[in-house]
Design a protein around this ligand. Structure first.
Ligand code: LAC
Ligand code: ZN
Length: 446
């Protein structure tokens, strides 16, 4: 602690139980552990010095941004130093020629979007935790979000990073060259490494054109099969889709009850799909034509103005918060081949109940990406029987155990379901090469 105080100043090393508390638990409440202290460096040199001091002392480091991760990868397990990157919150000028911006690790996703918007541009990564989640964390976890089907996830926006590796070497790739084919893409290797190789201190991000002509529709369906068929048709016919999101009646009702919202449609439907289109010219007519031509469409609510669009999005965005009101959930974000989504959605609640009779399963997710969020309430945080049945079922159907949240602590014992022994061994070799003393987020991912 004294060594860290010498580096960042005593004010930025937290040690009291009260100060540490918010850093020691993830926001779902499922993952928690004691930190030996929290250190808050103010620049990259301080980050490097903190890592050197921790290496010297043989103390493990958990990097933490906005602490909105969902797999326990950003909170301590016991005795680590929590390295909070939130003070690295400066953002550069938007480069209008390159359409890029450099943001410090502690800049929130909402702040990147605000900077982009001021320049008439848009940051393509967006998700419910936008006001707290940070650039550093989103890069370290390769965060997905609501618009992956159009723009890709965080890695697809990432031109390069500035980072300090576990062994002290630095990477500085912030020049924003779109084409730079000079060997291993170390920035993309760090993206999704979950704090196990080094600490991302800044990122150079791609921005995309801003489309203010936007239409959102919320549509009721009788079944997941009908919703999947509709999504398939829209993806074929519509050029400007930003999102196709799936919800089920019990999840929507939970959101309505938790936040005192009216039901989204006059009739209760078993399945709801939220679809958003955005373009330089009004996409409403094209979207309306596509929706009208779709078999199986029940009621439709349409929103064009910003306030009403936000109201429709709330039914989707607020799932995460509403589910948390039932106690710490088990959150499993599986990827599935589109052709198996309906079978999975139909069967998974039964498999969950057979493993844990009192469990409640809420399903929602990114239909356009074949990514379902299986949220299970009513199960003790450390009872992993439900995780086991859900993850095995996803893999049985040709899916992956994580679509966007990563492995963290939550899924590491199932990593072998999605990655081969050779792949895991290669990952271990990379880990050993860049973090030879093993101080970077030990126990996460591998
Ligand atoms: C979402 C986050 C939980 O899609 O991945 O809401
Ligand atoms: Zn998601």
């Amino acid at each position: 602690v004294r060594a860290l105080e010498d580096i960042v100043g005593p004010r930025h090393v937290l040690t009291s139980a009260e100060d540490l508390a918010p850093y020691e638990v993830d926001w779902t409440g499922r993952f928690r552990g004691r930190a030996s202290c929290v250190v808050r460096p103010g620049n990259t040199d301080e980050v490097a010095a903190v890592l050197a001091a921790c290496r010297e002392a043989g103390v493990a480091v958990v990097a933490q941004g906005g602490n909105t991760g969902l797999v326990g990868g950003g909170v301590p397990r016991g005795g680590e130093v929590v390295l909070s990157l939130r003070r690295l919150d400066s953002i550069g000028d938007v480069d209008l020629i390159a359409r890029q911006v450099t943001a410090g690790a502690g800049v929130t996703i909402a702040a990147v979007e605000a900077a982009a918007a001021r320049s008439g541009l848009h940051y393509a990564v967006d998700f419910g935790a936008r006001d707290s989640a940070t650039v550093g964390g989103s890069v370290a976890t390769n965060a997905g979000g609501l618009h992956v089907m159009r723009y890709g996830g965080t890695r697809e926006q990432l031109l390069g990073v500035e980072a300090v590796l576990g062994d002290g070497r630095r990477i500085t790739r912030l020049d924003g060259l779109v084409k730079d084919n000079t060997g291993y893409h170390l920035s993309h290797l760090l993206c999704g490494s979950e704090g196990t190789l080094g600490v991302v201190t800044a990122a150079r991000l791609r921005l995309v054109p801003r489309y203010d002509e936007r239409t959102v529709a919320l549509i009721g369906f009788a079944s997941v099969v009908a919703a999947v068929d509709a999504a398939t048709a829209w993806r074929r016919e519509l050029e400007y889709l930003e999102a196709i999101e799936l919800m089920l009646a019990d999840g929507v009702e939970l959101v309505c009850a938790a936040f005192d919202l009216a039901a989204p449609l006059a009739t209760r439907w078993p399945v709801y799909v939220l679809v958003e289109a955005a373009a330089a010219t009004d996409p409403s007519a094209a979207l309306a034509r596509a929706v009208e031509a779709t078999v199986g469409v029940g009621d439709v609510a349409v929103a064009v103005d910003a306030g009403r669009r936000t109201s429709l999005w709330r039914y989707r965005d607020d799932h995460t918060l509403a589910i948390n009101t039932l106690g710490p959930p088990h959150k499993l974000d599986v990827s599935l081949p589109l052709r198996h989504i309906a079978a999975f959605a139909e069967e998974v609640p039964h498999r969950v109940v057979s493993a844990a009779p009192v469990a409640r399963t809420f399903l929602f997710g990114h239909l356009g990406d074949g990514n379902l969020h299986v949220n299970i309430s009513g199960v003790a945080p450390d009872d992993e029987s439900v995780d086991d049945v859900v993850l095995r079922f996803a893999v049985e159907l040709g899916g992956s155990i994580s679509a966007e949240h990563g492995i963290g602590i939550a899924k590491r014992q199932w990593l072998h379901l999605s990655r081969s022994p050779d792949e895991i061994d290669a990952m271990r070799s990379i880990k050993r090469a860049l973090d030879p003393t093993g101080i970077m987020n030990p126990g996460v991912l591998l």
